[in-house]
Design a protein around this ligand. Structure first.
Ligand code: ATP
Ligand code: PMV
Length: 194
């Protein structure tokens, strides 16, 4: 049972993986684990289509060829069960702090809010389109204007909004309160109601 859930969201190439990797490096793997909602989705999709799961999970261009198909397949699953991937992705998480790297939809946030109301905090990672472009992003119709990328653009009260333009010290400073909260949660004996 988690004592704290840090649920991250952000557009493609905003740096969600970078930020959650950095947090895990600070917190350590005993205290924290990274939960990717897209993990079980990619695993099943790779199996169904004979694809390279490691490349689908990585940060390179491979996964982009299949993104649109994966979105459609995932949305079909979510239509019959909105919590499907949240449940699967968190199934084996045993550390006290969960770093959920990729919430994309209101239904994702609602699931964590319902299951772990006291423990969940919601964090938006953002940067300019120019910075995203420098990291390999280019606009793709049907992806960048669809729910997968825009579902959390408005109507969410974020606990923190992190601006990730690439300055390491600036990022570190912004993450300080998040790290402090997670370290405090990680040193607590059990679930709390903070
Ligand atoms: N603050 C940063 N400093 C240096 N490199 C960064 C920073 N943030 C992100 N990057 C790099 O930019 C690229 C995209 O970042 P990342 O994979 O974390 O984004 P993402 O939001 O998870 O994207 P996607 O949704 O496409 O998986 C990666 O190569 C990552 O290492
Ligand atoms: C198919 C999908 O899970 C891909 C996510 O890939 P990534 O987090 O950008 O590496 C996006 C979605 O579920 O809408």
């Amino acid at each position: 049972m988690a004592t704290k859930l840090l649920v991250f969201s952000g557009k493609r190439k905003s740096g969600k993986d970078h930020v959650t990797d950095l947090l895990q490096a600070r917190l350590g793997t005993k205290v924290s684990c990274i939960v990717r909602l897209s993990g079980p989705l990619k695993q099943q999709f790779a199996q169904n289509h004979g694809l390279d799961l490691n490349l689908l999970l990585g940060t390179g261009p491979y996964k982009e060829q299949f993104r649109s198909q994966m979105i459609q397949w995932g949305e079909a699953q979510r239509r019959s069960d909105p919590g499907f991937f949240c449940r699967l992705a968190t199934r084996d998480a045993t550390q006290p702090v969960w770093l959920v790297s990729d919430a994309r939809r209101i239904s994702d946030l609602a699931w964590f809010q319902t299951q772990y109301p006291a423990q969940s905090r919601f964090i938006r990672v953002q940067c300019s389109d120019q910075t995203r472009t420098s990291r390999g992003w280019s606009f793709t119709a049907g992806v960048d204007d669809a729910e997968s990328e825009c579902g959390l653009d408005s109507g969410v009260e974020w606990d923190w909004i992190i601006s990730n333009e690439g300055d390491p010290q600036d990022l570190e400073d912004q993450l300080r309160p998040v790290i402090d909260l997670a370290l405090k949660a990680g040193s607590e004996p059990g679930p709390n109601q903070d």
